[in-house]
Design a protein around this ligand. Sequence first.
Ligand SMILES: Cc1cc2nc3c(=O)[nH]c(=O)nc-3n(C[C@H](O)[C@H](O)[C@H](O)COP(=O)(O)O)c2cc1C
Length: 324
Amino acid sequence: MISTKMTALFGIDHPVMQSGFRYISRAPFVAAVANAGALGTLSAHTQPTGTALREEIRETRRLADRPFAVNLTLLPENIASYPYGDYIDVIVDEGITVVETSGAKPAAYIERLKKAGVKVIHKCTSVRHALSAERYGADAVCVTGFESAGHPGEDDVPSLVLVPRVVDEVKIPVIASGGFADGRGLAAALSLGAVGVNMGTRFLVTQESPIHVESKKSLAGAGERDTTLIARSLGDSVRVLKTPVTAQVLELERSGAGKEALAPLIAADLWYRALTSGRIDEAPVPSGIALGLIRDVPTCAELVSRLMAEAEVTIGRLAGLGKA
Ligand SMILES: Cc1cc2nc3c(=O)[nH]c(=O)nc-3n(C[C@H](O)[C@H](O)[C@H](O)COP(=O)(O)O)c2cc1C
């Protein structure tokens, strides 16, 4: 067992978190992660209403009697389209113990969550945002480097530098995110001063992840050179799998196309359809550089137990250095 501040803070067995994915982080998947002893994360804005989120939380609890988190992605376009006030009411009412915020400052919500005893993890991509989350009262930060799937920010600082930089600056626990997929990565994150890892792309390619089996095969067959950044020209970079549509998006960006012209190619429901139909080439699907480390499609339980065994072997090997 590897116990850290992360396992103690959230009441989980292993210092591993599954990212909150829009559309994908629903009850059976999150419950599989929770039952594996890691921190599963439901996605709030996958649910159209507070009532639907309540049902999803209850269904997760029915499937797993373990703690799990709820992700609140606070991107301005989400705030405009989804009932965040209702989500918070339901989270507090249902006794959820961990919330992950991302996309923007949790300022408007954190006080209510903290008053209700909810532990707040804020996911961010820079030292300055981690410091600001600490000031707002976050209990932990999940720091996601340039390798990350989805939104890696605009600073282009990889996890190897970003994680220890944040560890040096904040007093709250730091969860390392972006590029982590195996036990060597977990051991590395711990040695950088993190309390555990968050994994997105790796958990996306598991048996319980609700995407098409052909999509899982394609992702497991892809490598570390198969992602790129789109929407950089809009100041809102997204790391995605290279596909013909991705190339089309980049070409449009080079020709000066704006948000309106790009939206029909990059909307979230398009990548969700591509992932669930198995026709992964049909949209820019969020994926991280960790693809280079992903070769199989394990169950969440197999993945977490393998990861922990690998981390322990790695830590043992490091402890033995210089003793021969
Ligand atoms: C398909 C997909 C959907 C995602 N959706 C969200 C989201 O809705 N909110 C969010 O905060 N992060 C989202 N992310 C980013 C992940 O939560 C996480 O930060 C990232 O995958 C970590 O990097 P890694 O993939 O290298 O492990 C998504 C990632 C993927 C692959």
